[in-house]
Design a protein around this ligand. Structure first.
Ligand SMILES: Cc1cc2nc3c(=O)[nH]c(=O)nc-3n(C[C@H](O)[C@H](O)[C@H](O)COP(=O)(O)OP(=O)(O)OC[C@H]3O[C@@H](n4cnc5c(N)ncnc54)[C@H](O)[C@@H]3O)c2cc1C
Length: 344
């Protein structure tokens, strides 16, 4: 296969009400590394209405080029219209790699585009790299129930595509004033050509638990023994003004709601501090918290795999250790040695 014409790394920039989704900025950070390794430019593709000004933001976060489709028909996300814009852009400019956030929109759009191009798509990637010489994207993700990490290659088609989970990659520090090239594109698409109509947008009124926004997470596992035992986790979280997280087994036991589950089939989190208490450290849990700033594990089994993923480990019974921590943190907080972090 001759892929000479395919050059550049792209990120689909997801936007809502004029605000770029954090995952898109994270992907610009990851995309920058891939583009530098290949010696090519990093592009961001913006589709929407009144979104041209967002090009300035993506340049600050590492993009060299912004491909902009700014038309009223793109006011709301719809698979068909966004897919047509992306196909148009990809067929015209031929990128070698396109990255999408593994959000509802990103997953929907990436699969539609991959089917139509056609090319391969690696879903829910957690690690990205590129072979300097061949330009092959090395997209890794947990496979077989998370027991192995699989690196997936797309050898026969271009562009190579992947969706990437939020909070796994790191956004670059913005460089105010960094400039790039804006390429304005347009497609002739009539409302009548699109089968989906947006009749009404209903905003969610119930406040969702968002543990991925917390600076401190106190997560508990089956080692707490029961819903009553798990109260210890709530107490430590409350003391520190942190959020309560949990392993899947705890969620399945009904001790806390699914929104608090950390891991492969739960939420990916990167708090400043992550406590893993009575959690064994299965790979499916680790993938969801391994990028936390400081990981402190408490487990009575010194051989528990969680200790391999932790910066600090305390071997012992949670029911002895956690009450001491709560007492000591309370004392420190009252002396203002530890400041409260907002509650989630
Ligand atoms: C496809 C798939 C997806 C999955 N997704 C997820 C996911 O998103 N998130 C997730 O968490 N799991 C996930 N799992 C489940 C995962 O494999 C583990 O089964 C789960 O994480 C184990 O939960 P745990 O650590 O709470 O329980 P256990 O593995 O039972 O561990 C309990 C730990 O507590 C310790 N302990 C016991 N008593 C005490 C005490 N008094 N004090 C201190 N320590 C004590 C024990 O030594 C043990 O290490 C998934 C599995 C599959 C197959």
């Amino acid at each position: 296969m001759d892929f000479q014409d395919y050059k550049g790394v792209w990120v689909f920039i997801e936007e809502k009400d004029g605000v770029i989704a954090p995952v898109s900025l994270e992907l610009l950070g990851a995309g920058r590394k891939l583009a530098d390794k290949r010696g090519v430019e990093l592009g961001g593709i913006l589709i929407g209405e009144n979104i041209k000004s967002l090009a300035a933001t993506i340049f600050e976060y590492g993009a060299d080029i912004a491909y902009v489709y700014d038309q009223p028909i793109f006011k709301h996300y719809r698979t068909e219209s966004f897919m047509k814009a992306l196909l148009d852009c990809s067929n015209k400019h031929k990128p070698e790699i396109i990255l999408f956030g593994a959000t509802s929109t990103g997953k929907d759009l990436a699969s539609a585009v991959a089917t139509d191009l056609p090319t391969g798509l690696t879903a829910d990637t957690t690690e990205l790299d590129v072979e300097e010489e061949t330009g092959l994207l090395l997209a890794s993700r947990p496979a077989f129930g998370g027991n192995i990490m699989a690196t997936i290659l797309c050898k026969k088609y271009r562009p190579q595509m992947a969706t990437v989970r939020s909070k796994v990659m790191k956004a670059l520090d913005p460089q105010p004033g960094r400039k790039g090239e804006v390429i304005e594109e347009k497609i002739s698409l009539k409302e009548a050509d699109i089968r989906t109509k947006v009749l009404e947008i209903v905003k969610e009124t119930t406040k969702k638990v968002r543990i991925d926004e917390a600076d401190i997470i106190v997560a508990g596992g089956k080692g707490l023994g029961s819903a009553e035992g798990f109260q210890l986790i709530h107490q430590l979280a409350e003391t520190l003004g942190g959020a309560v997280g949990a392993s899947r087994d705890v969620v399945e036991a009904g001790w806390v709601e699914h929104a608090r589950q950390v891991g492969q089939t739960g939420v990916t989190v990167t708090p400043k501090i992550y406590f893993a208490i009575g959690i064994s450290g299965a790979i499916q849990h680790i993938v969801g918290m391994k990028n936390s700033g400081l990981i402190i594990a408490i487990n009575k089994d010194s051989e528990a795999p969680i200790f391999e993923a932790s910066h600090y480990g305390i071997v012992g019974d949670a029911f002895e250790i956690v009450p001491i921590l709560i007492e000591q943190f309370k004392k420190a907080i009252s002396r203002e040695e530890v400041s409260h972090v907002r509650e989630v």
